[in-house]
Design a protein around this ligand. Sequence first.
Ligand SMILES: Nc1nc2c(c(=O)[nH]1)N[C@H]1C(S)=C(S)[C@@H](COP(=O)(O)O)O[C@H]1N2
Ligand SMILES: [Mo]
Length: 166
Amino acid sequence: MRYPVALAPALLLLSLSAAGENLEPPKGPVLLVVSGNLDNTNVGDEAHFDRAMLEALEQHDTLTHTPWHDGAVNFSGPLGRALLEAVGSDSDQVRVTALNDYAATIPVSDFYQYDVIFAMRADGEALRVRDQGPLFVIYPFDDDPNLLNELTLTRSVWQVNRLDIE
Ligand SMILES: Nc1nc2c(c(=O)[nH]1)N[C@H]1C(S)=C(S)[C@@H](COP(=O)(O)O)O[C@H]1N2
Ligand SMILES: [Mo]
């Protein structure tokens, strides 16, 4: 089949985005692997993020108390919704898995209703695995005390290294 010449650039763009070539490959150690229902991939059918890629997403600071820290902590890292938009997902829920295989399912609506972040830093210091890093799902508990419930606490996964878009 032949297409009018004027359509060729549009078709080329469509095929590039379908192939997910708009997410650059990671250059450093991979902190997070995203699999499942996503449009933008960079390693096979997954999206792999190194620290610089996570830092390039829209960042947010959350100053809050948590049940696991003494005193208020200033957590920072990418907004959950920015991460989901970067991988091009239109699913309703995300399975969040930790290094120890603990996992929780988070409805995507949580990421739009609240400024939930994948915290990479606490008080400016990178979260190491021994500090519950590399990534810690942080809800803004101090902004909305109703968030301090068992369901939200189960979604507050620390040592996150995998997401599966369901
Ligand atoms: N990585 C990881 N995150 C986790 C958990 C876990 O076992 N591993 N437990 C979850 C649950 S069920 C709750 S209620 C809270 C609090 O866990 P805690 O009882 O160990 O304080 O952390 C959540 N985040
Ligand atoms: Mo729990």
